[in-house]
Design a protein around this ligand. Structure first.
Ligand SMILES: NC(=O)c1ccc[n+]([C@@H]2O[C@H](COP(=O)([O-])OP(=O)(O)OC[C@H]3O[C@@H](n4cnc5c(N)ncnc54)[C@H](OP(=O)(O)O)[C@@H]3O)[C@@H](O)[C@H]2O)c1
Length: 243
């Protein structure tokens, strides 16, 4: 397969890229960190430096692509609100990285996917979008937007035989979560995350979520009335569990 992965210079995206290369696929890795991109190029990747939030730059490069069979749009960031400062600039940064860059990537990759074999578009959201989580106003809202965007895209691209999957990880140990100063239940390694994502992609599942002991718990909590969930979350916060 010809596979493109955004956010492949770190964490989940990098592990996916390494695993797909080891399986013998041709892989394009997108990111901004030139040093890591140089290392990836040495390993045999088509490593490309693009700031996906720069629409003109990104679309110009995507236009040079011929065909892609599998595109994994994984690039993203996470920042938490620190009360009492409700910082709208933080929300703008996170929306730009997670939602706008995803939209730009979709526009860029669709022409190449339309020329691909059994084309498949995968967007990485988060299980954080399942329930309102303390301090995750920006991150959760951005991933709720990604969820809606990807699930709606599936309805349109069905007519063109392009499969569309949403990936909703729980906590995965990466540089993104290494910054967190709160307990991260059921955290998994990037190797476990990559395995779960590749398995779901191979089955062309509409939603790939893991680890299931955590994501099913959140899915059940999401069925609670807001009043009950608010009570539970506020109790957790009162007991000093962050966020
Ligand atoms: N780790 C978790 O627990 C977890 C849980 C749920 C969902 N997720 C989602 O999974 C995805 C990957 O997360 P991760 O934990 O692997 O994070 P990570 O290690 O911080 O990696 C993020 C990647 O995104 C790239 N990126 C960010 N902004 C970019 C931009 N404007 N243009 C190009 N590349 C950009 C980074 O590239 P450079 O460093 O080269 O700029 C990096 O390769 C994210 O969408 C995240 O929200 C993660």
């Amino acid at each position: 397969m010809r596979i493109l992965i955004t956010g492949a210079t770190s964490g989940i995206g990098k592990q996916l890229a390494l695993d797909y290369l080891a399986e013998g696929h041709e892989v394009w890795t997108i990111g901004r960190n030139q040093q890591v991109l140089d290392e990836l190029a040495e390993l045999g990747f088509n490593a490309v430096k693009i700031d996906l939030s720069n629409r003109a730059e990104a679309l110009e490069w995507f236009n040079t692509l011929t065909s892609i069979d599998l595109a994994i749009l994984n690039a993203g960031t996470c920042e938490y609100i620190d009360y009492p400062d409700f910082d709208s600039a933080l929300i703008q940064r996170v929306m730009r990285a997670n939602v706008e860059s995803m939209a730009i990537s979709i526009e860029g990759i669709l022409p190449a996917l339309r020329k691909g074999i059994n084309p498949h578009l995968v967007g990485v959201g988060s299980s954080a979008a399942y329930v309102p989580l303390p301090r995750a106003e920006a991150y959760g809202a951005s991933k709720a937007a990604v969820e809606y965007l990807i699930n709606t895209l599936r309805l349109a691209l069905f007519r063109e035989n392009i499969a569309v999957s949403l990936v909703c990880p729980g906590f995965v140990k990466t540089p993104l979560t290494d910054k967190n100063d709160f307990p991260m239940p059921f955290q998994v390694s990037v190797q476990e995350a990559s395995r779960a994502i590749r398995k779901g992609i191979a089955k062309r599942k509409p939603e790939i979520h893991f680890p299931r002991r955590f994501t099913y718990l959140l899915k059940i909590l999401s069925l609670l009335p807001h009043s009950l969930w608010t009570h539970v979350a506020q109790r957790m916060m009162r007991n000093g569990q962050k966020p």
